[in-house]
Design a protein. Structure first.
Length: 173
């Protein structure tokens, strides 16, 4: 009976230790122990801004295979995502993150609309390149001390004519 108790105690201790192991992992590039948050970051959903420019009716097909045109609500908090520097547009100081002040078409989550209101306008659900309609574009703020921050911070928004060309924000499927 004592052997069974000892065996159960050892099994319980091993289970506790096994549950604690994922909390720490070896960071191979620096040989340091880091918290699990970094491995979660590595597995985070990717997003990017296309290097190519597209008018409003091309936006839905602009993203690479495995990605789709992003809704603002999918990429609103870039700290939860990982920027794809290989597929995406970069600036000289982008590092591993997205470029600032680089605008791209974004889905709004609204009805088909061509009004001149960022967040509402979407080139008729990105099927139009009309000279008279608008779509919504967003980009990350460049000036951090600016008082022009909006409710969708850190993003800035604007309306752009559906016939104009700009990048497209894409997010991993």
């Amino acid at each position: 009976m004592n052997q069974l108790k000892n065996l159960c105690a050892v099994a319980g201790l091993l289970a506790v230790l096994a549950s604690l192991l994922p909390v720490f992992q070896l960071n191979n590039s620096h040989g340091q122990v880091t918290e699990r948050g970094n491995s979660a970051r590595a597995a985070a959903r990717k997003y990017y801004l296309t290097k190519t420019f597209h008018d409003g009716n091309e936006a839905l097909t602009a993203c690479a295979v495995g990605y789709h045109m992003a809704s603002l609500w999918e990429i609103q908090d870039p700290t939860l995502l990982r920027y794809d520097n290989i597929l995406g547009f970069n600036r000289a100081d982008s590092g591993s993150g997205p470029p600032s002040l680089a605008f791209g078409w974004i889905r709004t989550g609204w009805d088909s609309d061509q009004a001149s209101v960022p967040g509402s306008s979407n080139c008729s659900a990105y099927t139009s390149d009309s000279n008279f309609g608008e779509g919504t574009v967003v980009g990350l703020h460049r000036l951090w001390g600016s008082d022009q921050t909006r409710v969708i911070s850190p993003w800035s928004s604007s309306g752009v004519g559906c016939f104009e060309t700009t990048g497209v924000w894409c997010v991993q499927d």
